[in-house]
Design a protein around this ligand. Structure first.
Ligand code: C5P
Length: 311
């Protein structure tokens, strides 16, 4: 194996995300649902450091409790590194050290960010220089949200959420995230939505009709207008997530009573994302949620996608 003697470690960073709009369509034969979503990358980051090694390993630290994470081959960061090695014929391994700041199993794409940052860190460490399209294809194999963690910014996702088109956006949106002490399984939340739709046949979107991102969301993002975006925030996974974790409803009310323009379940939850009108109100809201013994963090978006950090 070739070691890059001058740079024995590569540091890459990828952001978490909020789905500011998420419409879930029909369940497909592959077990995935047809989606239309608007992603915004936000300033909670996963920092991956990749060191040359003969085999594949991962370890975790950071501001969130990482003690429950798997560090074997089932970990998405290791899967990403192995996939890149297989694709490029690289014969060595990598030791990955990940500093996590995105809530785990929280609906903010932390695992996807690990995978995206690991892909680009290994690509740089190994000198495999995969092109953008090939990287995107590998990312999509790893998970529906991984291509967006690579791309960052603001984007519309269709298909599984992995078919991206950039969306025009300006300005800076201020978020406060209420992080739950428990995680939620994404497949379980989708399954709850399917059960709900079976019980209420009228809610089922006809399979032939593809979900669409509401034009008001695109307009609000283009205008950089938080008030307009707050009015258009929508997530089809919110009702099933609240059904599985009813306590989240009260926290949504608490945030909206303390300055948030609106609150929404992030992705499949249980993290709640509150949109604030400005940075000062976001700080006040964070203080109010913390006073109620909730873990609240601030973030802004949109931010860059996965990239190598040069110090
Ligand atoms: O691709 P990812 O591993 O993030 O997806 C996790 C699970 O979430 C899938 O196995 C599926 O159950 C559900 N999912 C879905 N439709 C999507 C994305 C995810 O049903 N578009």
């Amino acid at each position: 194996m070739t070691l890059a003697a001058s740079s024995p470690v590569v540091h890459a960073r990828a952001p978490g995300k909020i789905n500011v709009f998420l419409a879930v369509g029909a369940l497909q034969d592959d077990g995935y649902h047809d989606l239309a979503t608007a992603y915004q990358a936000v300033s909670l980051y996963e920092d991956v450091r990749a060191y040359p090694a003969d085999d594949f390993s991962v370890s975790f630290g950071g501001s969130v409790d990482t003690s429950g994470l798997e560090v074997d081959g089932s970990n998405l960061a290791i899967k990403a590194a192995r996939l890149l090695a297989r694709k490029t014929g690289y014969r060595g391994g990598v030791r990955l050290e990940i500093e996590k700041n995105v809530p785990i199993a929280g609906g903010m794409g932390g695992g996807s960010a690990d995978a995206a940052a690991s892909l680009i860190a290994c690509d740089a460490l190994w000198g495999t220089e995969l092109g953008k399209d090939e990287m995107h294809a590998l990312a999509a194999k790893l998970g529906a949200d991984v291509p967006f963690a690579l791309a960052g910014g603001t984007a519309i996702g269709t298909g599984r959420g992995d078919q991206l088109s950039p969306a025009l956006a300006q300005g800076n949106f201020h978020w406060v995230l209420a992080v739950a002490e428990f995680g939620m399984s994404t497949p379980a939340v989708y399954a709850e939505l399917d059960r709900h739709r079976e019980r209420n046949a009228a809610d089922i979107r006809p399979a032939a009709v593809s979900p669409q991102v509401d034009a008001r969301v695109l307009h609000a993002l283009r205008a950089g207008d938080s008030v307009l975006l707050a009015e258009a925030l929508h997530n089809d996974l919110q009702a099933p997530a609240l059904h599985l974790a009813p306590g989240l409803g009260q926290i949504l009310e608490l945030g909206e009573a303390n300055g948030a323009l609106a609150g929404i379940v992030s992705g499949s939850g249980p993290t709640l994302a509150f949109l604030a009108p400005d940075a000062d109100t976001a700080l006040e809201l964070q203080v109010a949620l913390s006073a109620s013994r909730l873990t609240a963090v601030r973030a802004h978006g949109p931010v860059h996608g996965a990239r190598v950090m040069h110090s």
